[in-house]
Design a protein around this ligand. Structure first.
Ligand code: PLP
Length: 410
């Protein structure tokens, strides 16, 4: 039998500290050592002759990297632009889309904190109305689809403007679960609602086919699961909508548009966000090369999923609790969520529980997994990755158990 290329022996390929048990890849990501020389090379190129590089030579290189990502995500390079991270991407789309006063925006209670705040910002500054759907997990995909149908029907019967846009996760952050984003995208579009898909965790964790899904707007981090250096996200905008948005750093290429289909300045507006270090944007080929050396996208995703399932079961066993899953087992991709054995009547405020938990894991146990509250219970999200194995889940699970016991006795 060929030995598995995956597991803690791969840790040497990354910069991770030797005695760190890395179970939280999802928050910030990290990239392999082999990508670092490429990053440095492009930083040096930019310094050798700054004018030549920044005015001319950089652009064809940026284009090549957009093409590589277009191939990976099944869309055209012309439909992809760079953004420093998913929070910036959400701001770009939500703050430049031409909402009208009273438009409604549909979103889910599990939306990422920064996205949530951006929605509150447009509520306060563009006078849109927010329509929230609560999600108490574990939920089946069918139950989520039902909630969407029910909400749309209820909103239709209300006076005022209709729902104009929706914000939909591919995988929500906390809980770290797969969301039926393709089905919800379709339902929203069938109801004339623009879809903005937050795929912050998607690239490198789940396969993407953007032309097939056909969202109105989509963004994903590449610095989380795809192994390129931070900060690296891309925004996908099909040509029909490119006239609707502008980068949030407006620059000399800005042109006003009245139609979404006006593509005339989209690429130029996003190409020059002022003077910044773009070096991470040139690292796509090297990151993909490393991923190929491990067997490629499918092998990585399969390993991470299998490990998340087995690791989650092991941690639930150690904690004496359960994994957050539904009957069809659609919630777990490479992140798994396990209930925490915390008392119901803790004296600490929820924010203090989370901070105490995180600090203890980081500083006393040299590991990390994100705690969160959903459906009346505390849970923890654990991430599988190519450099993680089952023993890491055991170490993490034992640290989590001790931490919960200590918090229970505070
Ligand atoms: C669903 C989701 N959206 C957006 C973000 C923001 O990503 P970033 O911190 O790279 O801006 C995150 C971060 O974890 C996320 O999980």
């Amino acid at each position: 039998m060929t030995p598995s290329p995956f597991g803690s022996s791969l840790r040497k390929d990354f910069f991770l500290e030797e005695d760190y048990t890395p179970l939280n890849h999802g928050s910030y990501g990290t990239y392999p050592r082999s990508v670092r020389p490429v990053l440095r090379h492009y930083q040096e190129l930019a310094e050798q002759f700054p004018d030549r590089w920044s005015r001319f030579d950089m652009y064809p290189e940026l284009r090549k990297n957009r093409e590589l990502l277009g191939n990976l995500f099944h869309c055209d390079a012309d439909e992809l632009v760079f953004s420093p991270n998913a929070s910036a991407a959400a701001n770009t789309i939500l703050r430049s889309f031409p909402f009208e006063q009273g438009d409604k925006v549909l979103y889910f209670a599990t939306a990422y904190a920064n996205v949530n705040s951006t929605l509150e910002f447009i509520r306060d500054h563009h006078k849109v109305e927010l329509v929230k759907i609560e999600l108490d997990y574990p939920l089946s995909d069918a139950a989520i689809v039902d909630l969407v149908h029910e909400t749309l029907a209820a909103e239709k019967s209300k006076p005022g403007r209709p729902i104009r846009a929706s914000v939909i996760d591919v995988l929500s952050s906390l809980p770290g679960v797969l969301f039926p984003y393709e089905a919800v995208n379709r339902i929203c579009q069938d109801n004339g609602i623009i879809t903005i898909i937050d795929g912050a965790h998607a690239a490198g964790q789940v396969p993407l086919d953007l032309h097939k899904t056909d969202p109105d707007f989509f963004f994903t981090n590449c610095h989380k699961w795809l192994f390129v250096p931070r900060g690296f996200a891309i925004i996908y905008v099909p040509r029909r909508n490119q006239g609707y948005i502008h980068p949030h750093t407006v620059n000399v290429a800005y042109r006003p548009h009245t139609e979404g289909t006006d593509t005339s300045s989209f690429e130029k507006e996003f190409a020059s966000p002022g003077t910044i270090d773009h070096a991470q944007y040139f690292c796509v080929a090297e990151a993909l090369k490393y991923r190929e050396s491990l067997g490629g996208e499918e092998a990585i995703m399969q390993h991470n999923h299998d490990l998340a399932v087995r690791g989650g079961a092991l941690v639930a066993d150690i904690l004496g609790t359960t994994v957050m899953e539904n009957e069809d087992r659609t919630l777990t991709a490479a992140m798994v969520n396990v209930e925490l054995p915390l008392k119901k009547d803790l004296a600490l405020a929820p924010g203090d529980i989370a901070t105490t938990f995180i600090k203890k894991l980081i500083y006393e146990h040299k590991t990390m997994a994100s705690p969160f509250y959903n459906n009346g219970k505390w849970w923890v999200r654990l991430c599988a990755q190519v450099y993680v194995d089952l023993d890491d889940f055991k170490t993490g699970g034992e640290a989590i158990l001790k931490t919960c016991q200590e918090i229970n006795s505070l």
